[in-house]
Design a binder for this molecule. Structure first.
Ligand SMILES: NC(=O)c1ccc[n+]([C@@H]2O[C@H](COP(=O)([O-])OP(=O)(O)OC[C@H]3O[C@@H](n4cnc5c(N)ncnc54)[C@H](O)[C@@H]3O)[C@@H](O)[C@H]2O)c1
Length: 243
């Protein structure tokens, strides 16, 4: 018996890195998994640009009702040189690069959640998982536009989680994965060496898949899951007290 037996799962950016590891884990847990990626690597993967809202509508119409939608696709700021440090000064970020990273990392999450939420609410169940980042929780020096997108999607998850609870739609859950550095093509080899020299862990993407499974099991609304070295820890945001 797998934890996702009989469930339908969609993973964006599932052709590489963290998404690919999550696809493998979800399949091992018994799910039927659909992979949607800008660059499909095999014939059973679907082509999708997550920043295209019309493409989202067409994709969801073509799929069976989804139990888990993992909005994972993302990029670092285009044009950034793979230097020996992950620093990308703000002045290096062109308008096109800014639009591209907002499209993949923020629009992709907003449009994806907006496309799947009505069906989940109608069915009274579902889990929207967002791959954010530790860069969504703190102001680390480095890729500034990337950090802005990851803070934005953490805010999105917190607010959507609170809204679902407040409106009585708590069968539907939304949560964010917040990994530190992960061994994927997103982090160039030179950067990985520098990160390790600084004493920080570069983790296996399978650890992020394990965190995803824990988040699905916990069904904790608007939560963020820190994945750092051997640590997988849930952090639930406190609601804002207005009185
Ligand atoms: N690698 C890390 O250290 C790390 C740490 C924290 C969070 N993340 C996040 O994890 C997610 C996955 O990154 P990864 O490290 O596995 O990188 P990756 O480059 O290995 O995989 C990203 C996948 O997303 C796809 N993609 C990019 N733009 C897309 C678009 N517009 N539409 C559809 N698919 C698109 C790519 O084709 C690729 O297959 C990203 O959101 C990233 O920000 C990565």
């Amino acid at each position: 018996m797998g934890a996702l037996d009989g469930q339908h799962v969609l993973v964006t950016g599932g052709a590489s890195g963290i998404g690919k590891a999550c696809v493998a884990r979800y399949r091992a847990e018994g799910a039927t998994v659909f992979v949607a990626d800008l660059h499909p690597r095999s014939s059973d993967e679907l082509e999708l640009d997550v920043s295209d809202s019309a493409a989202w509508a067409a994709l969801i119409e073509s799929l069976p009702p989804l139990d888990v939608v993992h909005l994972n696709a993302g990029i670092t700021t285009p044009g950034r040189e793979p230097r020996d440090t992950p620093v990308a000064p703000l002045s290096d970020v062109t308008d096109d690069a800014y639009r591209a990273i907002m499209g993949a990392n923020l629009d992709g999450v907003f449009f994806g959640a907006r496309a799947v939420l009505p069906g989940m609410i109608e069915r009274g169940s579902g889990h929207i998982m967002v791959t954010a980042s530790m860069a969504g929780l703190g102001g680390m020096p480095g890729d500034i536009a990337y950090t802005a997108t990851k803070h934005a999607v953490v805010g999105f998850v917190k607010s959507l989680g609170a809204t679902l609870v407040q409106s009585g739609d708590s069968g539907v859950c939304v949560s964010a994965l917040c990994p530190g550095f992960v061994d994927t093509p997103l982090v160039p080899v030179e950067a990985q060496s520098f990160i390790k020299e600084m004493g920080m862990p570069v983790i296996d993407p399978a650890r992020v898949a394990e965190a995803a499974m824990q988040a699905i099991a916990a069904h904790s609304h608007g939560s963020q899951w820190i994945v750092w070295g051997d640590i997988i820890r849930e952090h639930v945001a406190s609601p804002i007290e207005l009185s």
